[in-house]
Write a protein that binds this ligand. Structure first.
Ligand code: PHE
Length: 466
């Protein structure tokens, strides 16, 4: 075991690594869709308010726990409070469940990136291409393993030379790519077969102008819940990651400032992703095109959009999938690190041993996830109304059930048992004053746990009216 714990070389390294974790597939394939569905500007305003209050509270709590205890999530909760060790077990189990399927999706991204690079983009836009690909037995497994091995390589290089070095290169490029594609998207003007012309700028309006048509109290609450669920996932909280990354922050760094920067980065990329995706999809496919999200948006709708663009489409496709690949790698690496650092701290083993152990787990489960679309195919109805395969089951249990449980328990632990001052002291350790102190106390004690409980009850199918 390392005598001295690794640390990020400074606050920029930390901010880029944490932002790298936060900016992932969710920013690209879910945020724009939810915004368009939730009344454009209305969703954006609700999201921003939640980010500054709810998101801020959870992020600050986890990063501070990490820096205070200087251990991975598996051990950190138990050291904070003996009886809370089980939160650590959950917080470590969640990334173990997420890693395999995140790698499977990462593998699909590699496949599409390579496809556009080698000029196969038009073929990928054909109906049924994506389904044909994921239901085949060999290729998806190979791409999943490639994605996982690259993550393993980075984790083996450690915090400075691995995670931080990667984030310092990938995050600025990612930002640049999103900006370039967003600008391009706004310049699109397309006339369809019926002679209707739609422009990117009109699409932008759908994204940013608040739309109150048909608004009811119930609908408002459902937008609120969508925004909260998205924010929660987007900030990578409640799965041990921010505790792990917080444990590598140096004591002398200004925590409050870094946390603000992480939030600005994550929210900024989500908004830019909306400017990138909604205008393009609207121009080429009209309003109907905007009903796609998740894999359907990324691997089915967008390749069709790129195909409609003509010659430049291939180039835009390459840039787009390169950007998504960077977002996926920096997130997947953070998931793996949360597990590896937990194993190292809890079982006193070397980084290499911990990494290879996790590689083994992710390989086995990752292959099962891939086989879930062919050999192990089943259709399982979930309490939230969707029908699931292996990937969706792992996603549902980790994201919808375990994550809210970890977050609610963390709020109770900090808000009521240890008291918010524990976190405030950690943030203010170097004489800085924590800006939203009062707000933090009210959020962690009352509002955050209540909102999270509603989110959990909704996911379990117990609350159905929103
Ligand atoms: N926060 C990432 C996103 O918005 C997703 C993520 C999930 C990252 C799980 C790490 C772990 O897409």
């Amino acid at each position: 075991m390392d005598k001295k714990r690794n640390s990020f070389s400074g606050s920029i390294g930390f901010v880029l690594a944490a932002a790298g974790s936060a900016v992932g597939l969710g920013n690209i394939w879910r945020f724009p869709y939810l915004a368009a569905k939730g009344g454009g500007g209305l969703f954006l305003v609700i999201y921003l308010v939640l980010a500054l209050t709810f998101g801020y509270t959870l992020l600050t709590t986890e990063i501070s726990i990490g820096r205070k205890i200087k251990k991975g999530p598996l051990s950190a909760y138990g050291e904070l409070n003996k009886k809370s060790y089980w939160i650590g077990i959950f917080a470590c189990l969640i990334p173990i469940m997420i890693m395999p399927y995140y790698c499977a999706i990462g593998g699909w991204v590699i496949k599409y990136f390579v496809g556009f690079l080698t000029g196969d983009g038009l073929n990928m836009a054909q109906d049924g291409y994506f389904t044909g690909f994921i239901t085949s037995t060999g290729e998806p497994i190979i791409y999943t393993v490639i994605f996982l091995l690259i993550c393993t390589f980075i984790i083996l290089r450690g915090v400075n030379n691995g995670i931080e070095a990667m984030s310092r290169i990938m995050m600025p490029i990612l930002l640049l790519l999103v900006i370039i594609i967003a600008f391009f998207s706004l310049t699109i003007s397309y006339t369809d077969a019926e002679g209707v012309t739609r422009t990117g700028m009109e699409g932008l309006k759908i994204f940013i102008v608040p739309d109150f048509t048909g608004m009811t109290v119930q609908k408002f609450f459902s937008v609120l819940m969508d925004a909260m669920g998205q924010l929660f996932y987007s900030l990578s909280v409640a799965m041990g990651i921010m505790v792990a990354y917080g444990s590598y922050v140096r004591d002398e760094d200004n925590l409050g400032k870094s946390i603000n920067q992480i939030e600005i980065f994550d929210t900024g990329i989500a908004v830019l992703a909306g400017i990138m995706i909604i205008p393009a999809v609207f121009a080429f496919q009209g309003r109907e095109g905007m009903s796609a999200s998740g894999p359907g948006l990324m691997f089915v709708s967008l390749p069709k959009v790129f195909a409609e663009m003509g010659a430049i489409g291939r180039f835009v496709g390459i840039l787009f999938f390169a950007m998504v690949l960077f977002a996926a790698f920096t997130s997947a690496v953070s998931i793996m690190e949360a597990i590896v650092t937990s194993f190292m701290d809890q079982f006193h083993i070397k980084r290499a041993t911990a990494t290879i152990t996790e590689l083994g787990i992710a390989l086995v489960v990752g292959v099962i996830v891939c086989l879930g679309y062919n050999k192990l195919y089943f259709e399982l109805p979930l309490p939230n109304g969707s029908v699931a395969q292996v990937l969706d089951v792992l996603d549902y249990v980790s994201n919808n059930c375990l994550m809210p449980i970890v977050a609610i328990s963390t709020c109770i632990l900090i808000g009521w048992i240890l008291k918010p001052q524990t976190i405030i002291d950690e943030v203010e350790k170097n004489g800085e004053t924590m800006g939203r102190k009062k707000l933090y106390c009210v959020m962690i004690k009352f509002i955050a746990p209540i909102l999270l409980l509603i989110l959990l009850l909704k996911a379990l199918g117990i609350v159905t009216f929103i």
